[in-house]
Design a protein. Structure first.
Length: 311
């Protein structure tokens, strides 16, 4: 049995425009790394966090990675085990790209691997959701499930938990732009209406069904025209500078869709090839720069693997 392990877990795009809290997919970059070492003394410590500008707690009770690992160890009845954690943030915090999810999944995958893979990925999912609950007040699975499983996922039900892995076109690329503005997840969630009109719900159901159908049919055009949101985006787009102009730019430069990643402020666009994705990120970032807003850009195919062991 190994005494140390280094695990990478990927960033994710949740909601995928029309699938609030039920759809998500993983990307190859960015992501987070966790280095975990066995210790002789029982309990969990966090010795180092990098890339967070001092924003994340070293207190094991308040950090999503260590809190989830503790739930795991309690579940397998091994309070005697001791581990030390190093967390290396390789992605922006508060970006809407599942930053807390990537860290949590990397930590859970690491402890499970160190102990000989006692649980399946499906069995790890509820522990990852506990981390989300600590991070943003609600234990949803649309970030942690794709981070853990890789690929594209549908959360069919939360009670009981039922997560389905969906196919997707191999040619699909994702262009991501993170505008450097602050949109806290909790605040963005509180803006959402608790009641919706039936006619709006019908539109949304049709789009979700169209998106899932497009994934199964390997039809990028159906995917693109289904990615419309009449429930959440009209409210959350207010928090993103020049959102509708950014959409126009993306669609003019090869994007087949455009929307908010998770709670934002990151935005993303699907394209049919890598070249188009690169062009979309370049043009969207240039427009943000014209507004004196800095940004980070990422181009990625859909990640198939989820977390991987680096060493």
């Amino acid at each position: 049995m190994k005494d140390s392990i280094n695990v990478f877990a990927p960033a994710t795009v949740a909601n995928v425009v029309c699938g609030f809290d039920i759809l998500g997919f993983a990307v190859n970059q960015p992501g987070d790394e966790v280095v975990m070492r066995r210790t002789e003394k029982p309990g969990i410590t966090i010795s180092k966090i990098t890339g967070d500008d001092g924003r994340l707690p070293l207190d094991p009770a308040r950090n999503t990675v260590s809190a989830s690992v503790k739930h795991f160890l309690d579940h397998i009845n091994r309070p005697d085990i001791g581990v030390d954690i190093e967390l290396h943030k390789k992605m922006p915090i508060g970006s809407g790209l599942g930053s807390s999810s990537a860290s949590t999944v990397a930590g859970l995958f690491a402890i499970n691997s160190l102990l000989g893979n006692l649980l399946t990925l499906e069995q790890l999912l509820p522990f990852a959701m506990k981390g989300e609950e600590l991070a943003c007040g609600y234990g949803h699975a649309d970030n942690v499930a794709p981070a853990l499983f890789g690929g594209f996922v549908l959360v069919r039900s939360y009670e009981p938990l039922d997560v389905i892995r969906l196919p997707f076109p191999e040619s699909l690329y994702c262009a991501i732009v993170f505008p450097e503005v602050d949109v806290p997840t909790r605040d963005a969630r509180q803006m959402i209406r608790s009641k919706v009109l039936l006619k709006d719900a019908v539109i949304q159901w049709g789009n979700i069904a169209g998106l899932v159908s497009g994934l199964f049919m390997q039809d990028p055009d159906l995917i693109g025209r289904s990615m419309k949101d009449v429930l959440v985006e009209p409210v959350r787009s207010i928090l993103i500078p020049d959102f509708y102009k950014l959409r126009e730019i993306a669609l003019e430069n090869g994007g087949i869709s455009f929307g908010i990643s998770g709670s934002g402020p990151s935005v993303f666009s699907f394209t049919k090839d890598r070249e188009s994705a690169g062009r979309v990120t370049q043009k969207v970032a240039a427009h943000l720069a014209s507004l004196n807003i800095g940004s980070k850009t990422f181009v990625s195919a859909i990640n198939k693997n989820g977390p991987i062991v680096l060493g």
